[in-house]
Design a binder for this molecule. Structure first.
Ligand code: NAD
Length: 496
């Protein structure tokens, strides 16, 4: 690694270049970008080149104290929660508009620090704007209810904010996390967002724009740093009222254990090993294209990656051939190359993890239908790999790889497909490809997952709730469900 100017930096827009000039990606506390109290920093690495492109703060418990105190002050004095509902909406809509106006910068930043293709980050920005607009409409719709009670009493169920909400996020969709921030603010909470250490950039711009939109300083703070030094301290902080965590199952378990000490409620959006199930009546070519897109997009670093492809035995060979054919068109390249269809993995650590699983797959004695390997010069690139003849009990079929590695598993009939699909510790999502309507209904009933897609995959919209079961976590993001998660019900009895 060197500190030369990264070749990818020369591809960013003039606005992004201006934003990046001398920019320090610090914490954002009380509306200002600040250094860590201890002065520690960490490099921001461009995954397309392995080159350091910027510097971020690296916090510790003292910075967490400062951010939580800021959020607490704003919550307690009511400068945000007491803003009238329609005024809250107005300011959140303004935030959506500012994100929209700064889309190019967000898209460039996510490409630069997450190593996501610029074509893909355009989708993240679109989602971020849409989700902020959607949650912006909620403050005036957070109705409580009036339950029937015996005469002589009036009772209200009031929906009230949780308080100080800690939001801890991974690196695979940095701007998309504005959805959670907007939902928490819409419900009247104050927010402390802990950005992922690989992707500190766009959270800073988000918080800067929030101040410009009229969200009070301190209602939305950002912390930078590692999971151990900052994330864990945020979870354990007595001033945190609620934790919304998105990340790996292992970290989710650690967070739930730590939160037990203070009884802080948590919502966990965790990993997956999602089955993409193809029945013999599905159309081969479009379904093969969808199956490859389901695991190659984002380089496989998407929680709902369809990394287990279950194919009915009668069409297995033909379907695998079609997926290999579709995958040969994949062009691995740096994130601003318009001809690239697969970018780098986020870090050397993630690349090493993928290489480890590819070696493991080979040693487990499976067939290799598409034999990708390391690629590129300097960045963290790995070509796609398709393993066939995989048995569901193998580690490559059970563990989340989070890279461009697909395991193909044959099945005999519907019951066999359900058994294999559910025989995994995760339960995030599943795709079912069939033209048989009745079969699709039966599969929807039997799959133990939070989302089922039928003849489509990875569709999402801010109005639709999303989350997992089993080791994929609990709690829901997006949709009405998320706004409800971010409030609690206060029951009020008033004697007449
Ligand atoms: P990770 O669990 O390593 O880290 C996620 C976040 O948690 C980071 O900000 C990290 O700093 C922080 N963290 C780490 N240890 C912590 C601790 N002990 N206490 C508090 N915070 C801590 O995950 P990752 O590698 O950044 O992301 C990949 C994982 O995220 C995958 O498992 C993926 O499936 C999952 N993910 C899930 C969803 C979903 O909605 N279900 C979405 C995206 C990613």
């Amino acid at each position: 690694m060197t500190t030369d100017v990264s070749p990818t930096l020369s591809h960013v827009s003039a606005r992004t270049e201006a934003y990046l000039k001398d920019k320090f990606f610090g914490h954002v506390i009380d509306g200002s970008v600040v250094e860590s109290i201890g002065g520690a920093t960490m490099p921001v690495i461009d995954p397309s080149t392995g080159i350091e492109i910027a510097t971020a703060a690296s916090g510790d418990a003292a910075d967490v104290d400062r951010a939580v105190a800021s959020a607490r002050r704003v919550f307690d004095d009511g400068t945000w929660r007491h803003v009238a509902p329609l005024e809250k909406e107005h300011r959140l809509h303004r935030l959506a508009q500012l994100i929209d106006e700064n889309r190019t910068i967000f898209g460039d930043l996510d490409a630069l620090d997450a190593g996501l293709l610029r074509t893909y980050t355009a989708f993240l920005e679109h989602f971020g704007v849409n989700a902020t607009s959607y949650f912006a409409g909620w403050p005036s719709k957070l109705h409580g209810s009036i339950p029937p009670v015996p005469a002589g009493m009036n009772v209200q169920h009031r929906r009230v904010p949780r308080g100080v909400v800690g939001i801890i996020v991974p690196w695979n969709g940095p701007t998309a996390v504005v959805a959670m921030v907007a939902a928490a603010l819409a419900a009247g909470n104050s927010v402390v967002l802990k950005a992922a250490e690989n992707t500190p950039m766009s959270a800073v711009l988000m918080a800067e724009l929030a101040v410009e939109a009229g969200i009070p300083e301190g209602a939305f703070n950002v912390l930078q740093g590692t999971g151990q030094a900052v994330g864990a301290a945020l979870v354990e902080h007595p001033g945190t009222d609620y934790i919304s965590f998105t990340g790996s199952a292992a970290t989710g378990r650690a967070i739930q254990t730590a939160a037990a000490k203070t009884l802080t409620p948590v919502a966990l959006e965790l990993g997956g090993k999602s089955p993409f199930i193809v029945f013999e009546d599905a159309e081969i070519e479009p379904t093969a294209a969808a199956a490859t897109a389901a695991v190659w997009s984002g380089q496989g670093q998407i929680c709902t990656a369809g990394s287990r492809v279950l194919v009915q035995r009668s069409i297995h060979d033909e379907f695998v051939a079609a997926m290999v054919e579709a995958s040969r068109a994949v062009t691995v390249g740096h994130v601003f190359d318009p001809s690239a269809t697969m970018g780098p993995l986020v870090s050397q650590t993630q690349l090493d993890r993928v290489v480890g699983y590819v070696d493991l797959g080979r040693s487990e004695g499976v067939d290799v239908a598409l034999d990708g390997g390391l690629a590129g010069d300097g960045g963290f690139f790995h070509e796609p790999v398709i393993f066939t003849g995989v048995r569901n009990e193998m580690r490559i079929a059970q563990e989340e790889i989070f890279g461009p590695v697909m395991s193909v598993i044959p099945f005999d009939d519907e019951a066999d497909a359900v058994r294999i699909a559910n025989d995994v510790e995760y339960g995030l999502a599943a795709g079912v490809f069939t033209n048989d309507l009745r079969r699709s209904q039966r599969m929807i009933d039997e799959l133990t997952v939070g989302t089922v897609w039928v003849n489509t995959y990875q569709a999402g919209y801010p109005t639709v709730s999303y989350g997992g079961v089993k080791q994929s976590g609990y709690g829901r993001t997006l949709g009405e469900e998320m706004v409800h998660e971010l409030t609690h019900v206060k029951s009020v009895w008033i004697a007449q």
